[in-house]
Write a protein that binds this ligand. Structure first.
Ligand code: ADP
Length: 851
């Protein structure tokens, strides 16, 4: 070969175009060129396979690829050792030394495919001729080998890039599908579907530690009718217990076990064999510190096997799945919690809305049982001596439990009540507090218990106990729920006992009212009868039951009680005497009771009235009988007046005359008083008040004049028509005026004032006389009371009987008015009385009025 030929050969090796976007095509062209340039009969290209760390034949020319074996980097073949160490193309010397090399027999040359000074592939060429490859051929082989290296690198880059793209798109789809759902089962299913899509595994199993349920969801890819792959789930009860599962769960790191090459513990491998699985990749389904479960990717025997890249991708999808599943769990918990809270508030409402304690507690226990899903929920209350717990209400489980009583020293409920502290016992058989005897009474087989104290304001009243959790173990959350229920129950118990106290008190009061000797009538704010007691029913001839809820005015028709219990314009308390159809006289006091209404309490004073009448009669008779002999004495004295008498005798006579006068006055006064007080049914007629005052003044004019006193009276502008007894009212006026004249000095001023209102007229007599000492004021209207002013001058005592004001009071009150005095010693007195414009009698009688 000449040098031009040589240069041409090298030039072609270095510059021949290959389609690098189609690596297989490029390598095929390259291998053909190799045979052509170095006159080889056979050629082959090997590339380095990371997974088994050796050189694998990729393409061959002049022989089938399957006839070629792998080349290990550790090969002790001298030619290969030289190629690896020198990184140069090397040839055997004819047949010699070809044995054990690919493409043997014949002369075999090998050139390294170098990239970054690393041997990433090997180019073999061989010919049947015995001469070794010369310098130029080896150089050509080296150039071709490095071009092959380029193609390898490019090809590798493109495949890894497209793999990356594929991986990214898979991850994107997975995260979209998994995190979009808030349903745990759906999240698990989506995770499995994407794992099956991203890997060549035959089965994907997800094992979620779902509160101890320990169930596995097993998924498999299935080809549907439309050739589309669908994921089917096959639920298995329990995941087989491989030792590797414990390890993964503990270390939270994935593990791969397989039959070939055998990896994993002997038991793991034996189990794989038994399940007909060649490889199982086991991943933890775990957040940073919490293990939610396990995922297994299973590769069947005789199928594809796991490769590193797909396991990497699987891990990425599992990471997404973990987040999705955890989100779903959180969402479920939040949702469950929200619905629990809703139910709890319902329980609270129920319990506080009824005052029937038994019903309230019973309902609460039934709902609690439903809420906690426990087999039963029971409520114990301490008895009055705080020695025993009595089962008061229960929900759930067909229990035989009426009136079950346990001692405070007994059982879990006893402990909780004594210590005022909640307790969860999830395995009662090992707990010394548990007493199986109680089960005998309830008919339950207790396994787990949650018990919380029932307390109000720190004081324990009992306990609520939930029996048998549906899945075996009560949690802190259950405890919180039951504690809330217990607080509601405590409030409701408290309310009910308050209510009981109130109703007890009410019925006691009712009994008192009903049975008291006084007549009692109670109305509400609107004047409807709430209660008429027995006495009132009897004296008014009313059936208390029929009168209930009717207006007082309908029951006491035309009777002052009807008005007094309904009229808005009455000031309370007020007292009146009333008569009844049974001819009883009652002294009624009507008062207002805040927020209730009015009450009339009436004492029967018929007997007192009779005694009073008898007393008046007796007095009247005595007075009447005294009057005639007194008149005789007075007449006799008058006759003596004209006789010749010594000074002493005349003095004595005058004394006698004065004494008889005052006795006659007293007796007349008494008789008048008796007459006025004993006749209440007098004829009333209308008259002008002004006329009455004017004529009274005129009648007394001589007395005013005698003491040179000034009387001031300005008649009112309007006409004041009054219905009453003119004569008696005139005597009231006259009494007040003559008192003023009598007690005031000469030249004093006496004024009469009249004020007319809508309801009443007030007449005042104002003097500037001696006034009334404070201690005497309450007594001036009493019968026979005479003040100290009457004897101020012992030599010249002021006449009087002490009956005038008492009589005036009787008359004014008979007209439905009031009389009163305001006075200060040495400054004068003002006597006033009122007369209603429309007469309301102070006493009334149903019978009389009805007639
Ligand atoms: P009498 O006038 O007969 O004493 P009354 O019943 O009219 O009886 O009066 C009772 C008492 O009231 C009098 O004794 C007097 O102490 C006192 N009194 C009545 N009117 C006046 C008055 N205008 N000024 C001072 N004291 C009076």
């Amino acid at each position: 070969m000449d040098s031009a030929e040589l240069r041409g050969q090298l030039y072609r090796a270095a510059t021949s175009p290959f389609d690098i976007h189609n690596p297989m095509q490029a390598l095929t062209s390259l291998i053909i060129l190799t045979c052509d340039l170095v006159s080889a009969d056979r050629a082959a290209l090997y590339d380095f396979d990371k997974t088994d760390a050796g050189y694998t034949p990729r393409i061959a020319h002049g022989l089938p690829l399957r006839d070629l074996g792998r080349v290990a980097p550790s090969s002790d073949h001298p030619l290969l050792q030289q190629v690896f160490s020198s990184k140069r193309a090397t040839s055997t010397n004819g047949d010699t030394g070809s044995l054990g090399l690919p493409l043997a027999p014949g002369t075999v040359a090998c050139a390294p495919c170098l990239s970054d000074d690393k041997i990433i592939g090997l180019l073999f060429a061989s010919k049947d001729q015995r001469d070794p490859y010369g310098e130029v051929d080896l150089e050509t082989l080296e150039v071709l080998a490095s071009r092959a290296a380029e193609v390898f690198t490019l090809a590798q880059q493109t495949t890894s890039q497209s793999f990356l793209l594929h991986k990214l798109s898979l991850l994107y789809q997975a995260s979209h599908a998994i995190t979009g759902t808030l349903d745990r089962q759906e999240a698990i299913k989506q995770t499995a579907a994407h794992l099956l899509k991203a890997t060549s595994a035959d089965t994907c199993e997800v094992f979620a530690f779902d509160e101890g349920k320990g169930e596995t969801s097993r998924f498999r890819q299935q080809l549907g009718k439309s050739m589309q792959q669908t994921v089917v789930s096959l639920v298995a009860d329990k995941m087989p217990d491989y030792p590797v599962h414990q390890k993964v769960q503990k270390e939270l790191k994935p593990e791969v076990i397989s039959l070939t090459p055998p990896s994993g513990s002997a038991k793991d491998i034996a189990m794989l064999e038994a399940e007909g699985i060649s490889t199982a990749a086991v991943f933890p389904l775990a957040t940073r510190n919490e293990s939610l479960g396990l995922v297994r990717l299973l590769y069947n025997k005789g199928g594809h096997d796991a490769d590193e890249q797909e396991l990497e991708l699987a891990q990425a999808i599992i990471n997404i799945g973990t987040v999705g599943i955890q989100d779903a769990i959180h969402f479920e918990t939040a949702e469950a919690r929200a619905s629990q809270l809703q139910e709890l508030s319902l329980i609270g409402k129920e319990m506080t809305s009824t005052l029937d304690l038994e019903v309230a507690l019973q309902k609460a226990m039934e709902q609690s049982q439903n809420l906690l899903k426990a087999e039963a929920v029971v409520l114990f209350l301490l008895d009055d001596n705080r020695e025993k717990l009595i089962l008061k209400a229960s929900g759930g489980a067909r229990m035989r439990i009426r009136d079950l009583t346990i001692r405070l020293e007994e059982g879990i409920a006893g402990w909780v009540t004594r210590n005022n502290s909640p307790l969860i016992v999830n395995d009662v058989r090992t707990n010394p507090l548990y007493q199986s005897a109680i089960d005998g009474q309830t008919g339950l087989l207790t396994t787990s218990v949650l018990c919380v104290p029932l307390q109000q304001r720190g004081e324990v009243m009992g306990a609520i106990q939930a029996i048998n959790h549906p899945r075996g173990a009560f949690t802190e959350t259950d405890q919180q729920l039951l504690t809330s229920i217990a607080s509601w129950a405590a409030v409701s118990i408290d309310n009910a006992s308050l209510f009981r106290d109130v109703t007890d008190e009410q019925s006691r009061l009712e009994t008192t009212l009903m049975e008291t000797a006084d007549a009692v009538v109670l109305t509400d704010i609107n004047g409807r009868i709430i209660l008429i007691n027995q006495t009132a029913g009897q004296v008014f001839r009313i059936n208390p039951d029929l009168a209930k809820d009717r207006f007082a005015s309908e029951i006491f028709v035309n009777h002052p009680l009807g008005e007094l219990l309904m009229d808005d314009e009455i000031t309370f308390p007020t007292s009146v005497e009333v008569t009844t159809p049974t001819e009883r006289v009652l002294y009624a006091t009507i008062s207002e009771i805040t927020d209730v209404g009015r009450v009339a309490v009436m004492q029967d004073i018929t007997a007192l009235k009779q005694i009073d009448r008898m007393r008046s009669q007796l007095l009247g008779t005595a007075a009447h009988d005294l009057k005639n002999p007194l008149n005789a004495i007075r007449l006799g004295a008058d006759l003596l007046n004209d006789a010749e008498l010594s000074d002493q005798q005349r003095k004595a006579l005058n004394m006698m005359q004065r004494a008889t006068d005052s006795m006659i006055n007293l007796i007349s006064g008494l008789l008048e008083t008796i007459r006025v007080e004993s006749t209440s049914n007098i004829a009333y007629e209308p008259f002008q008040l002004h006329e009455l005052i004017r004529s009274t003044i005129e009648d007394l004019r001589p007395l005013f004049d005698a003491k040179k006193q000034k009387v001031i009276y300005k008649p009112p502008d309007e006409s004041l028509l009054i219905v009453g007894h003119a004569n008696r009212l005139s005597s009231v006026m006259s009494n007040l005026l003559s008192n003023a004249i009598k007690f005031c000095k000469d030249e004093a001023q006496i004024e009469i004032k009249v004020r007319g209102g809508d309801d009443e007229v007030i007449i005042s007599v104002i003097d500037d006389g001696p006034g009334i000492p404070e201690d005497e004021i309450p007594r001036v209207f009493d019968h026979l009371f005479r003040g100290r002013v009457t004897v101020m001058d012992p030599n010249n005592p002021i006449d009087g009987t002490g009956l005038g004001l008492a009589l005036a009071k009787t008359v004014v009150e008979q007209h439905g008015g009031r009389i009163w005095v305001t006075s200060k010693e040495n400054e004068g007195s003002t006597f006033s009385f009122s007369i209603p414009r429309e007469r309301t009698p102070k006493t009334g009688s149903l019978r009389k009025e009805n007639e």
